[in-house]
Structure formats: C-alpha cells, structure tokens
Design a protein around this ligand. Structure first.
Ligand code: UTP
Length: 292
C-alpha cells in the first residue's frame, strides 16, 4: 500500500487579474457559486476524498479566506436562537476543525510552483494533494476521490487530465502519454502553455495533483518559465526526467474555471440548475430568454 495522502495544498495567493474589478478586495477564491465560495466547494471535494489537513498558501489582502473556514460562535448562537437549523448546519459544515487549517504566506505572486514550494515545511516528507481552488470540478464521486482510488493502485504521482479542443492547449499544462501502453496512462512528458503546433496532445492538466515530496527538491531547482513564473509543470517534468513515476487520471466530469467571468457564470448556471430551490425559476428564465 502506498503511503496515505492526508494533506492538501490550496494555492490562494494569486492576484486574480483576469476577474478584475471583482477581485480588488474579494479574493477570487471566495466568489460564490450558488450559496458558497468556490473555494469551499473545492475544500469539500478534498474532505470527501479523506484529506485531514488543509494547507492554504495565502497572501496579503486575503485574510477573509481564514475567516471563512473558522468557527463563528456568535453567528451560530443567533441562528440557533432563531431556530434556523438548516442554516446552522450549513455554517457548521463550512468550518475546518481546530488545528486542521494551516495558513502559510507567499511573499509575492511568483507562480503556482513557487506557491506550492511555500508549503514544503508544512507538508514535510509525505505525499500530498494539490487542488487549484478556482477550478470547480463537478463529478460524483469528486475528482480527488477518483484520483485517490487510482493512487491506491499505482502509488507515485497522479495528475488529473482532460481533453480540450486543440486550439486551446496553449493556455494550459499539457501531457504526453506512453503510446505503447495507452491503458496504463503513463505520462512521458509535460509542458506548460506550449504553442498549439508544439503541444504533445490535447490532454491538459486540469487542476488536481497527488504528488510525492521529492517535488520540493525539484521546485527548488526550477527557474521561471512560461509567463516569467515558477511553474509546477516544469518541476514535475524535472522529477519525471529523474525517474519519478507519473500517471494521468482522466477526469470526465465538468470543469469550470471560476477565475474568469464566463467560467464563473457557467458554474452558477449549472449549479443553479442542479439545486431544487433555484432550478425551476432559473430554467423558466432561461427558456424565456431563448424564446424571445
Ligand atoms: P492562476 O494563474 O489561475 O491565478 O493560478 P492568478 O494568477 O490569481 O490569476 P490571474 O491570471 O491573475 O487572473 C491558479 C491558482 O494558483 C494561485 C492562484 O491564487 C490560483 O488559485 N497562485 C497563482 C498562487 O497562489 N500564487 C501564484 O504566484 C500564482
């Protein structure tokens, strides 16, 4: 049995420039989808997968994230006194148990790889998950749960991937798979934001990772890459070249990039249509728009 994955890292220190002005004061990870911040949906995905410790790589101006996952006794007392049991349950479910949420700071937005490296001391010498908190990945069971099942069989490193139209690959990390044994889903190369004509496939890295701690040594050696940022994809490629096993896990649910306007709107639409309270009115409104 591979060593269990107990910890997850949530990099939340980015500037969210693609969603300005919404993100001037509100971290993009806290924009709501239906009735809770996108980051809470992603934390719930991690909880479902068995994660016990939640490490947030945060930055100046993002203090509301820690407040969101804290206990809120005054609010709970008020809701209890008013008999609002459903809301009380929802408020309690959002909290992370005492001592299980850990916040570390990134000094400047130097890239996703740099953010993950900031969690090294807290992760220590054990495998860990990384969840990009603005990527809402909708599936039952959740994406990380599926990856954990695969990890139990293969150990090593597992990367969630999904297909996109080829002309979109330049916006993502892209993987190449071992073509001699396609069903093994063994990754043979990874490249960040390649030009379309140089991309090894149309399988992109979609925002969920299970990594071994040797990645921190490779991150320490990684120089700025695409966009002048320290890229996790470059560090993983280094680890792969050094012989570390990397497997893909094909995600077949729906992904919403809530760090941009359209993804955020689509996520709210999809989650609203799946919610018993909002679905009928939302559907009627959409039908009326299509008719007129
Ligand atoms: P993104 O590139 O989507 O986030 O990184 P960003 O940089 O905030 O967004 P834009 O491009 O300016 O609109 C994915 C995740 O990694 C975090 C972000 O907070 C986001 O959740 N991140 C990114 C960091 O924590 N530190 C960084 O230096 C960069």
């Amino acid at each position: 049995m591979p060593k269990p994955v107990r910890k997850a890292v949530f990099p939340v220190a980015g500037l969210g420039t693609r969603f300005l002005p919404a993100t001037r004061a509100v971290p993009k990870e806290l924009v709501p989808v239906l009735d809770r911040p996108v980051l809470q949906w992603v934390v719930e995905e991690a909880k479902e997968a068995g994660i016990e410790e939640f490490i947030f790589v945060t930055a100046r101006g993002k203090e509301a994230i820690a407040d969101h996952f804290d206990a809120h006794p005054e609010l709970e007392q008020t809701l209890a006194a008013r008999g609002k049991d459903d809301l009380l349950k929802a408020v309690r479910a959002a909290a992370i148990p005492a001592g299980k949420a850990i916040y570390v700071r990134q000094d400047a937005p130097k890239g996703l790889g740099h953010a993950i490296a900031c969690a090294a001391a807290v992760v220590g010498d054990e495998p860990f998950a990384v969840l990009l908190p603005d990527m809402l990945m909708r599936a039952e069971p959740g994406c990380l749960t599926g990856m954990m099942d695969r990890y139990a069989q293969t150990g090593g490193n597992i990367i969630a991937v999904e297909e996109v139209p080829r002309e979109e690959v330049h916006r993502y990390g892209v993987v190449a798979l071992d073509e001699n044994a396609p069903e093994a889903l063994r990754i043979t190369a990874m490249v960040e934001k390649p030009p379309v004509e140089e991309a090894p496939s149309n399988l992109i890295i979609s925002g969920r990772y299970i990594l071994q701690p040797d990645i921190f040594d490779h991150l320490a050696q990684t120089t700025p890459g695409a966009g002048g940022e320290i890229q996790i994809t470059d560090a993983m490629q280094r680890a792969l070249t050094a012989g570390a096993p990397y497997h893909a896990w094909r995600f077949t649910g729906e992904t919403f990039d809530c760090g941009v306007k359209l993804g955020f709107l689509l996520a709210n639409f999809a989650f609203g249509l799946a919610d018993a309270e909002t679905a009928p009115a939302l559907r009627a409104y959409a039908e009326r728009l299509l008719r007129d």
